[in-house]
Design a binder for this molecule. Sequence first.
Ligand code: 5GP
Length: 183
Amino acid sequence: MTSEFTNPNLDLLYSAEQIKARVAELGAEITSDYAVRNLVLIGVLKGSCVFMADLMREIDLKLSIDFMAVSSYKDGTVSTGDVEILKDLTNPIREKDVIVCEDIVDTGLTLFRLTEILESKGANSIKIATLLDKPEPRVKKELKIDYCGFQIPNKFVVGYGLDAAGRYRNLPFIAAVKNPDKL
Ligand code: 5GP
């Protein structure tokens, strides 16, 4: 049987231990920032599921969670900024303090639009927590990222929730794909 975890087409970027340590730091920061507030974590499916599951266990506060699924319209491989809501929130967020949990910010267009949608639902405050941030300053300068795990090089990455055509979400680490033609 071949191992998915030792696939030679993957280049390790962050180990499970490094991710755990960084997520704990983010959780501690959020715990001190959000004391005595009405915190809701909103996970953007599917990529953020692993990050959010770990992050919420590092936040020592009363909180609730919800999920959204959106599809970003792309013009070729470039995000246009239009999003379609595939799954909406289950509960209202009026008067709540929201942290949107995302796996990776690339152009930032998806989150920019999503933030506008959440603002229209009457949240008290909206902040963004992303595990990874790619350097694409041209487009996303208007998007404020409040909590970021790691800034990464401009490579296609997988693992810890991030996929390539549905595969690799279960890797406990984050890796760059060496040869995208061989996925
Ligand atoms: P944006 O609107 O910021 O350009 O798009 C962000 C979305 O693109 C992420 O939520 C993710 O689904 C996808 N994405 C961008 N870069 C990567 C990457 O390196 N790996 C994976 N697996 N998805 C990515």
